[in-house]
Design a protein around this ligand. Structure first.
Ligand code: MNH
Length: 490
């Protein structure tokens, strides 16, 4: 790694070509920023990217008058399999505004009420699975089960489609193909000129085609839906009917399931744009479904996994969350959380916010200058040039106090929040391209975390040391826990 500081702007130019971006590029940027400060230009094989985590400069980048979302190199790669879906659409692509306008109502806070029963139903799948593990004295793989839970939730709530992930020892193949596609998107950023990557690209293409085939099945299930027996997703491996079994137990075994009145797919297939009366075309709907299946579960799963990790690591914080849920649900064996109760779970929500501070699972977002400008009065950006906000370091900036590595949910007490600059916390991006699924994610995650700490005493049986795995998003790698039932003493 070589470094030279630009005399005019004071921005260090750090050339990492000798080491490459490694398999943890976000953590590499964090290291570089710890060493060279909160603004730096990273050079890799002649390509330069400006990374920013200084809260004042980030506040400028979040000014929608001066900057807009940039589909940076990482998202350009994701675009290879999500095209003009909401996440990877260019600002000026007509389908972005169209899909945004059609789908917004489905993500208003009030709409969460319609997803709540489905979220609870899938939360119970995870609990049943964890009960069985507990009874057998076996540890649970946290990130894997959180991923099962979040995938089944977005599948059912968004598209009336049941991935039945808890019935599958290896999880749903959709998840593995998706993770490989995300890894391809990430690793492609570090390609060395002159090397042949045909093999990787062909494997990627096969995975992307498979994702598309699952999505076509999700759509076909609806289009021709008389409901009824579900066919399993494209691997052909899973028989059985979706939905709720006669004994009231939720079998969750794959395929079509009853959808809420107006879910995402219903909106996309039916709704006409308020302004021009047109609907989304088939190709775009396919891109949206694939986008939501990915964006709608991968990051939430990581957030839940980090939150549980930190609660286990900080027993006093775990007890604080347990006091909160106990006050609501007492020692009821199987609480029936109501929609409105989830909003009361402040302490649980604070723990999640704090986990997302330390490890914002979608760690970076790009901002493009709308016109020639000077960032911080000293860093020139031409119209069209862009910078990347590195959220994990923004979230460790001096405004967070002198021990930013400490997991401390009190940082999200209302008084503390009022004292902080508004742009110091950006786990969900910014502006009109900020996360559309934020309320969805927080409702789902808060409810599950609350139900888990209400029911179990989670134990670190293996002396786990946090390792953060990067596949474009972040997850704690290899986190397993054993579970005990709560007793009066804990
Ligand atoms: Mn989500 C955009 C983080 C959960 C659907 N999401 C973004 C962005 C961030 C983000 C950051 C902005 C990226 C950028 O500027 O380039 N999202 C998260 C996190 C969680 C999350 C940390 C969970 C925790 N996201 C969800 C869920 C859904 C979802 C759940 C769907 C149900 N997110 C989206 C979509 C976009 C997005 C769609 C793109 C919105 C747009 O550009 O119009």
């Amino acid at each position: 790694v070589t470094v030279e500081v630009d005399a005019e702007s004071g921005v260090p130019l750090v050339d990492i070509s000798a080491v490459g971006p490694t398999d943890t590029p976000v953590q590499q940027i964090m290291e570089l920023m710890r060493e060279h400060g909160p603004v730096l230009r990273r050079r890799l094989h002649g390509r330069d990217v400006l990374f920013v985590s200084d809260p004042e400069l980030v506040a400028e980048l979040c000014d929608e008058e001066r900057f807009a979302k940039q589909v940076g190199p990482a998202l350009e790669n994701v675009r290879e399999f999500t095209a003009d879906g909401l996440f990877t659409a260019y600002d000026d692509e007509p389908n972005w505004a169209k899909a945004h306008d059609i789908l917004m109502p489905a993500f208003a806070l009030g709409s969460m009420r319609t997803y709540h029963p489905v979220m609870l139903r899938v939360a119970r799948r995870l609990i049943r699975s964890w009960d069985a593990r507990m009874a057998a004295g076996q540890p649970v793989d946290v990130a894997e089960d959180m991923t099962r839970m979040t995938l089944d939730t977005i599948g059912l709530a968004g598209f009336g489609y049941d991935f039945g992930s808890f019935e599958r020892p290896e999880g749903h193949p959709f998840v593995r193909a998706m993770v490989r596609c995300l890894e391809w998107s990430m690793n492609r950023l570090g390609r060395v000129p002159g090397i042949d990557y045909t093999e990787q690209d062909e494997a990627f293409r096969a995975d992307a085609d498979y994702l598309a085939s699952v999505v076509d099945e999700v759509i076909a299930n609806r289009a021709g839906s008389g409901g009824g027996t579900g066919t399993s997703a494209a691997d052909g491996g899973n028989a059985g009917s979706g939905g709720t079994g006669a004994d009231g137990r939720d079998a969750g075994s794959g395929g079509a399931a009853e959808a809420p009145a107006e879910d995402l797919l219903g909106l996309m297939l039916g709704a006409v744009h308020p302004a021009d009366g047109t609907t989304l075309d088939h190709a775009n709907i396919r891109n949206q479904v694939i986008t939501f299946l990915i964006a709608g579960h991968e990051t939430t799963s990581g957030a839940l996994s980090f939150a549980l990790h930190y609660l286990v690591r900080h027993p006093a914080e775990l007890r604080a969350v347990q006091r909160e849920v106990d006050a609501l649900w007492g020692d009821t064996a199987d609480p029936e959380p109501e929609f409105a109760e989830i909003g009361l779970l402040r302490r649980t929500r604070q723990a999640l916010n704090e986990a997302l501070r330390l490890w914002p699972t979608a760690a970076a977002f790009g901002r493009r200058a709308r016109r020639d400008t000077l960032l911080g009065g000293r860093i020139p950006l031409r119209a069209g040039e862009w910078a990347i906000v590195a959220a994990p370091m923004l979230h460790r900036a001096p405004v967070w106090g002198d021990n930013p590595e400490l997991f401390d949910p009190d940082r999200f007490a209302p008084e503390a929040e009022a004292d902080r600059p508004v742009h110091a916390y950006k786990p969900f991006g910014t502006g009109e391209r900020a996360c559309i699924g934020r309320q969805f994610a927080l409702h789902e995650a808060t409810m599950l975390l609350a139900l888990l700490v209400h029911r179990y005493r989670p134990l670190d049986h293996a002396g786990y040391r946090l390792r953060v795995k990067e596949s474009l998003t972040l997850k704690p790698e290899g986190l397993t826990l054993t579970l005990r039932p709560r007793t009066a003493a804990d």
